[in-house]
Design a binder for this molecule. Structure first.
Ligand code: ATP
Length: 229
């Protein structure tokens, strides 16, 4: 089996949105490489294209020009079905607002991606509980989201993104709904537990308090990467 050290390779990505006859160039020629074992942060002012870029990288949105390869595979060249399957096995997404299902327990929320992939419930819940243990929630597996703090809910969302052991984790503003201390703890968890030698982590953030956790930071403005630090 070949080993890819490059998790993401973007070349000249252009994305233009058209609404009501108006064109907005959200991405204007993005080149970006992200290696496994690396925590890459995307920062920049509101509207500069961060969410659009991670949506392309996560295979949620197709670019208009350029190429985006994840672990050597060109996402835009895949059929929708192949892309869905590729995402389900290689990419985990952590949302700002956690996006947990309110009527399901922590174990059930984390099990969902496996159940969708046809894993039997007993096995899915066994694996979910083991990941919840890893993120420090071994004693809250039967809690509903409303019974958990913001930081605990974000841990459940992280566990759900990790359940299929993806090589790329994409986080959209993972700390913005959390107070400073909890945000810091979540970043420590992402860095120590989620980030591994064979896994890359991409984090979009406005939160300057967490900038120091990055291995590299891509500073964006107006659909471009101004510099990588
Ligand atoms: N679905 C859409 N239709 C039209 N324009 C869009 C759409 N999504 C984003 N845009 C525009 O594209 C540009 C980039 O938006 P994007 O959401 O990627 O920026 P962002 O850096 O993530 O912003 P924020 O930090 O506020 O979330 C903005 O000008 C935005 O208004």
């Amino acid at each position: 089996m070949s080993v890819h050290t490059l998790a993401v390779r973007c070349r000249n990505i252009v994305k233009v949105y058209e609404t009501g006859g108006q064109k907005v160039t959200a991405l204007d020629g993005i080149d970006l490489d992200i290696a496994t074992g690396e925590l890459m942060m995307l920062v920049g002012p509101s509207g500069c294209g961060k969410t659009t870029l991670i949506s392309v990288i996560a295979g949620i949105l197709d670019q208009d020009e350029g190429s985006c390869e994840v672990f050597g595979k060109d996402l835009a060249a895949m059929s929708d079905q192949k892309k869905l399957a590729f995402r389900a096995s290689h990419i985990g997404f952590v949302f700002q607002a956690f996006n947990l299902l309110p009527s399901l327990t922590a174990t059930e929320n984390v099990s969902v991606p496996l159940l969708i992939n046809g894993v039997k419930r007993v096995e899915a819940e066994r694996r979910a509980n083991s990941i919840l243990e890893e993120v420090g929630l071994g004693d809250r597996t039967t809690s509903l989201p409303a019974q958990l703090s913001g930081g605990q809910q974000q841990r459940v969302a992280i566990a759900r993104a990790l359940i299929h052991d993806p090589g790329l984790i994409v986080c959209d503003e993972p700390t913005s709904a959390l107070d400073h201390e909890t945000g810091h703890t979540i970043m420590q968890l992402l860095k120590s537990t989620v980030l591994q030698a064979n896994r890359a982590l991409v984090i979009v953030t406005h939160d300057s308090r967490i900038f120091d956790f990055a291995d590299r930071t891509a500073k964006m403005d107006d659909g471009r990467i101004l510099k990588i630090m």
